[in-house]
Design a protein around this ligand. Structure first.
Ligand code: AMP
Ligand code: MG
Length: 427
């Protein structure tokens, strides 16, 4: 269900307190409030890699189109194999792409290569390496090396004509574009790319190329956000660093609404912020300001802001560089995928042994940066990267996983199992 206002969503929750929102509740509210964009375009198969399929793909053909051989060897009738060792006469050859069209009679077989169409009447392939005394004209098959039906691929066993081959909402991976090619499909409908505008706020921020005045820091969040959005396949609108004055902020938010589906900002959402970011977010939209029960990343704004008839979802992420990434991955990522119409499975967590004790208070979710490795016996284990401060981006850069310490969980002893989320996947 999609609600029109945030207060509609939270009115269904008995225990909502914006100053103490558990991670799961924030994820729930975001999920209920966000709606998919539903705009489709057709793209060539290769260009569909990483895109979200916008309609089911029904297989127009059987793959494979015929029964065929899974091995190089000899095609025969399984019934020939009934009585121990069998000698058969070779009556022809079947190559991939060049079928044997003759008859195969009693006591006969056909030399066959992998992928070649099974000759009429044959249902079994004896692999080359199991045969004896093979010549151009005959071959001997020892007893019990194959059963009827062995080494034969059945017509349609990969994909059946008329059956769904790929489902709407799937993010297309290398196997999927290969599968589309195997069906002879040249173009597929995909959801249009999500347009995401992003900017940094804070008067202390300097951009690359500018001198670093006293008390200032280079704006790194726009680079991590750029990286994370690019990996998600979004179309980016980088709006730079926006000055902390009402006119600049208003102009930036309005321009974001007019050009993007979602806007992501960093900084300026802490409760104690003196700047105008929060005020402007509240003035332009339906926005909640949360203190989330998590570490890092406590303050966050979420909602929808409008300018005239146009509106965009807003993710006002915290300013600290690690907090930005954690809130992006655990809140914005799922929401953006939902907007893209993608069927996002929950991220898989792996349970591994913690190499050391970790202090943790129940009542908040902690995302510690970890390094997964193997112990001497080959079992997975995890250790925490040095300092876990929310401003220490090096902890993310050095990590290969996030250790997720759940809301109710307390301290961890050395050797206890913990959940980790891997940064790298195969595809
Ligand atoms: P804020 O949430 O605005 O109070 O920011 C919290 C901390 O994050 C402050 O130390 C900021 O200087 C820092 N910070 C905010 N935005 C950025 C940014 N874009 N790049 C790097 N650090 C930032
Ligand atoms: Mg600030």
């Amino acid at each position: 269900m999609n609600y029109t206002t945030l207060s509609d969503v939270v009115s269904c929750l008995s225990d909502y307190d914006p100053d103490a929102v558990p991670v799961a509740q924030a994820q729930h509210i975001i999920r209920e409030y966000i709606a998919p964009i539903n705009a489709v375009e057709k793209v060539a198969v290769r260009a569909a890699l990483g895109r979200v399929l916008a309609a089911d793909v029904i297989s127009p053909i059987n793959v494979p189109a015929h029964d065929n051989s899974a091995m190089d060897g000899y095609a025969l009738r399984g019934s020939e194999l009934a009585g121990g060792q069998t000698a058969l006469r070779i009556v022809g050859t079947a190559l991939a792409g060049q079928a044997y069209r003759g008859e195969v009679g009693n006591g006969e077989c056909v030399r066959i290569m992998t992928g070649a169409v099974m000759p009429a009447g044959c249902d079994t392939v004896v692999p080359q390496e199991f045969t004896q005394q093979a010549s151009d004209t005959s071959v001997t098959i020892p007893a019990d090396v194959v059963k009827t039906g062995d080494n034969r691929r059945l017509k349609g066993e990969d994909l059946r004509a008329g059956h769904p081959a790929l489902g709407k909402g799937k993010i297309l991976r290398p196997a999927d574009i290969g599968l589309l090619a195997s069906l002879g499909i040249a173009e597929v409908p995909v959801q249009r790319r999500l347009r995401v505008a992003f900017f940094s706020t804070g008067d202390e921020l300097r951009s690359i190329g500018e001198p670093l005045d006293e008390g200032c820091v280079y704006d790194s969040n726009r680079y991590t956000i750029y990286g994370m959005l690019t990996r998600l396949g979004c179309e980016l609108i980088d709006m730079g660093v926006v000055k902390d004055d009402p006119a600049s902020l208003e102009a930036a938010f309005r321009s974001a609404c007019e050009n993007a589906d979602a806007v992501i900002t960093s900084g300026g959402v802490s409760v104690g912020e003196a700047d105008y970011t929060r005020q402007m977010m509240a003035r332009l939209g339906d926005v909640a300001f949360w203190r989330i029960g998590m570490r890092p990343g406590r303050p966050m704004a979420f909602g929808r802001i409008s300018s005239g008839a146009r509106s965009a979802y807003l993710f006002g992420l915290p300013g600290n560089p690690v907090a930005v990434m954690v809130t992006f991955y655990f809140f914005a990522r799922d929401a953006l995928m939902h907007m893209m119409g993608a069927n996002a499975e929950p991220l898989p967590l792996m349970r591994v042994k913690s190499q050391s004790a970790i202090r943790k208070k129940p009542g908040r979710t902690e995302y510690q940066r970890g390094i997964l490795s193997r112990d001497a016996e080959g079992n997975q284990q995890v250790r925490i990267t040095g300092s876990q401060g929310s401003g220490i981006l090096r902890s993310m850069s050095e990590a290969n996983c996030m250790v997720v310490l759940h809301h109710e969980q307390g301290s961890v002893s050395a050797g206890d199992p913990v959940d980790v989320l891997l940064f790298e996947g195969l595809v």
